[in-house]
Design a protein around this ligand. Structure first.
Ligand code: COA
Length: 554
C-alpha cells in the first residue's frame, strides 16, 4: 500500500512506524502537518491507500478524512481524549496505559476505534515511556488496524464507535507545579516525569525562575525544598520524605535545556554529595565488564566523552575478557551534545573539542587489543552515536531499536568517529554510501541484513539485557576466545598498515573543520533550529517522496 504519514514531526515513534511498515512492503511518504492546503496537496500527489497520523497536534482537514481512511495514533487508552494523554496518565499514577488507533472524524480523538494495545506503566520520564512502551504498543495496534483494512473495504468489518470518552484538557503548568513543602518524592517525580522532555516543570532555582527536567530519586533528607548539595552537574533538593536529583534546567535567558551546573554558576558553591556519578556505571561478572553510559537524551558533551574514555580505560585495565558498551536505556548515543555546543561562547571551538573527544573515545575502543569489545544497543542511536557503536568488534541491538547512521540532516555535516573506516568495512562501499546519502532511519533487522549490526534480538529491554549477558559470557568463555582476539589484532594491524587510523581521522576532521569554521554556515543554522526547536516550514524532500521531481503514482 501507499501510506501517507501526516505528522507533526519525524520523531522516534514516526520513525519506528516508518521502518516497521517499510519492512512489511508498504511505500511510505511523509508530510509534515504545516497547514491544511499543504496536507491536501500531499494527498493529491501521493494518492495514498491509507493516511496514518502517528503524532498530530491538529485535526485532519475534513476534505481529507471524508474521502480517505485516516487513522490517528492516540497515546491513550480507549475512551481517553485530549492532547496531554501521557502526561495525565503519569501524574495520575495509572498502573496500565495504552495506545488507541482511531479513525479521524470531526471531533479530535472521538472517532471509531480500529485497534488498541495496552502496557503496564513504569516510573519513568514521559519521553522514555513514549520511546519504549508507547512505541511498542503503537506498532502492535497499527499492525492490527492494517490487517483489518481489507475487511473494512469489503464491508464485512466496521470499527467500534466510542460510546463515551473522557476528554482531558491540555495540562497546564499549574497542574504540574511542585509544592516543595507538601509533595513527597513520588509526587515530585511524577510531576517532573510527566513534563520530560517537554515542556518541563516551571519552578525556580537560586531564586531564579526556570523549567526543570531530568529528575531521579536520591537518598537524602533535609528541610523540604532545601538544596542539599550537588551531584555531578545536577543538584539534590529535599522533599517531604526524601530527596530528588535534578539534572537539567532551562531559563528564559539561555533558552536551552542544559545541565543545572551549566545554567547556574551558584551550583559550584554547593557541597558535593557522596554519590558522585549519575550517568556512567561499571559492573563486572563472569569475565565480562559492562559499561553503561546514560547521558540525558544520548547527547555526549566534551566532558562526557572524556569521562567515558576514563571509565573505558579503567575497564581495559581489568582482568576481564570482554567489554560490553551498553549506552543508555533510551538512547545508546546521539553523538555530539548540540545543546552544549549551542550554548558555548564559541560553537565552532566547542564543536571541534567535542568531536575530538568523541574520536579519542572511538580510537580507544578501536585499538583495544586486550579484550573483545561489544556495543549492545538497548536504545536508539543517531549520527555520531551510531558510529561510536561501530568502534566495537561486535554490534548487537534490541529488535525495536531505530538507527540514524548518517550526519547530513544536521546541516550536511560530514561526520567523524572513524565512520569512513568502520562503515564500509561492515556494509561495503556501496551500501555505506547509500546509508549516508539516504539519511533515513534504519530498523534493527534491516541494519543486520546490511552488516551494520551483527545481531538483533530481544523483544524488550529485560529480554535484550539478559541475552546480551548470555552472549557476552559465551564470548568470554568460548574455546575460541584467544583465536578471535588474535584474529582481531591481526586485522587491525593489516588495516593500520594499509591506512593508519590517524589518516582516516585526519581526512574526516578536515571536512568537519570546514563544517565548523568554513564559509558555509549550514551546520550552525541546522543546529540552531534543532536546539531551539524551530517549527518545520516544509517537509524534507527525502521524506516527501511525492514531491520529488518526476514522481508519478505507480
Ligand atoms: N544533542 C543534544 N540534544 C539532543 C541530541 C544531541 N546530539 N540528539 C537528540 N537530542 C535531544 C532533542 O533535542 C530532544 O530534546 P527534548 O528532550 O528537549 O525533546 C531529545 O533529545 C530527543 O530527541 P528527538 O529528536 O525528539 O528524538 P528522536 O528519537 O525523535 O530523534 C535523532 C532521534 C537522533 C534522529 C535526532 O534526535 C537527531 O537528529 N539528533 C541529532 C544527532 C546529531 O546530529 N548529532 C550531532 C552530530 S554527531
Amino acid at each position: 500500500m501507499r501510506i501517507l504519514f501526516l505528522t507533526h514531526a519525524f520523531n522516534s515513534l514516526t520513525q519506528r512506524l516508518y521502518v516497521e511498515l517499510t519492512a512489511l512492503g508498504h511505500e511510505i511518504a511523509v508530510e509534515f502537518d504545516i497547514n491544511d492546503s499543504v496536507s491536501v496537496e500531499a494527498v493529491d500527489l501521493f494518492r495514498p491507500h491509507l493516511i496514518l497520523a502517528p503524532t498530530l497536534r491538529r485535526a485532519i482537514p475534513e476534505a481529507i478524512w471524508r474521502e480517505h481512511v485516516c487513522l490517528i495514533v492516540h497515546p491513550g487508552i480507549v475512551g481517553d481524549r485530549g492532547p496531554s494523554a501521557l502526561d495525565w496518565a503519569i501524574l495520575n499514577g495509572e498502573s496500565e496505559w495504552g495506545v488507541t488507533v482511531l479513525q479521524a472524524e470531526t471531533e479530535m480523538d472521538a472517532g471509531p476505534v480500529w485497534a488498541s494495545a495496552t502496557f503496564p506503566m513504569r516510573a519513568a520520564k514521559k519521553s522514555s515511556l513514549y520511546r519504549n512502551e508507547v512505541a511498542e504498543a503503537t506498532v502492535r495496534a497499527v499492525r492490527s488496524a492494517l490487517e483489518r483494512l481489507p475487511d473494512y473495504q469489503a464491508g464485512i468489518w466496521m470499527p467500534e464507535p466510542q460510546a463515551r470518552g473522557l476528554a482531558r484538557p491540555l495540562m497546564q503548568q499549574t497542574d504540574r507545579a511542585i509544592d516543595w513543602l507538601r509533595d513527597d518524592s513520588a509526587r515530585v517525580l511524577a510531576k517532573l516525569n510527566c513534563g520530560d522532555g517537554f515542556p518541563g516543570v516551571r519552578d525556580s532555582l537560586f531564586e531564579q525562575p526556570c523549567h526543570l527536567y531530568n529528575a531521579s530519586p536520591y537518598a537524602a533528607m533535609g528541610a523540604p525544598g532545601a538544596l542539599l548539595g550537588r551531584v555531578g552537574e545536577g543538584v539534590v533538593r529535599a522533599t517531604t520524605d526524601g530527596a530528588v536529583w535534578i539534572g537539567h534546567a532551562r531559563t528564559e535567558a539561555v533558552g536551552i535545556k542544559l545541565p543545572v551546573a551549566a545554567v547556574f554558576p551558584e551550583v559550584a558553591a554547593l557541597v558535593e554529595l557522596a554519590e558522585p556519578v549519575r550517568d556512567i556505571f561499571y559492573e563486572e561478572s563472569a569475565a565480562v565488564g559492562y559499561l553503561r553510559f546514560d547521558f540525558y537524551n544520548g547527547a555526549m558533551s566534551t566532558v562526557a566523552c572524556q569521562r567515558l574514555l576514563a571509565a573505558y580505560e579503567s575497564a581495559r585495565q581489568r582482568p576481564t575478557k570482554v567489554i560490553v558498551l551498553m549506552g543508555g536505556e533510551d538512547f545508546f548515543s546521539n553523538g555530539l551534545d548540540l545543546n552544549h555546543i549551542e550554548a558555548a561562547d564559541s560553537p565552532p571551538e566547542e564543536s571541534w573539542r567535542n568531536i575530538n573527544a568523541m574520536d579519542d573515545l572511538c580510537r580507544a575502543i578501536l585499538t583495544t587489543e586486550s579484550h573483545l569489545t561489544v556495543s549492545a544497543l538497548r536504545g536508539n542511536a543517531g549520527a555520531g552515536g551510531a558510529f561510536l557503536a561501530l568502534a566495537a568488534d561486535q554490534v548487537w541491538a534490541r529488535r525495536g531499536v531505530v538507527l540514524n547512521p548518517h550526519y547530513k540532516n544536521m546541516g550536511n555535516l560530514y561526520g567523524s568517529e572513524y565512520w569512513s573506516y568502520s562503515l564500509p568495512r561492515r556494509a561495503g562501499a556501496e551500501q555505506a554510501a547509500a546509508i549516508m546519502r539516504n539519511r533515513l532511519p534504519l530498523g534493527a533487522a534491516a541494519a543486520a541484513r546490511m552488516g551494520f549490526l551483527d545481531a538483533t534480538f530481544g523483544d524488550d529491554l529485560p529480554g535484550f539485557t539478559a541475552e546480551t549477558r548470555v552472549r557476552a559470557e559465551a564470548l568470554a568463555t568460548g574455546a575460541d576466545f584467544n583465536e578471535r582476539l588474535q584474529a582481531k589484532r591481526l586485522r587491525r594491524a593489516e588495516d593500520e598498515a594499509a591506512k593508519p587510523l590517524e589518516t582516516w581521522r585526519a581526512e574526516e576532521l578536515k571536512q568537519m573543520q570546514r563544517n565548523f569554521y568554513g564559509f558555509d554556515p549550514s551546520y550552525h543554522v541546522a543546529r540552531h533550529h534543532f536546539v531551539r526547536k524551530t517549527p518545520h516550514s516544509w517537509t524534507p524532500r527525502h521524506l516527501a517522496i511525492h514531491r520529488e521531481l518526476g514522481w508519478v503514482v505507480p
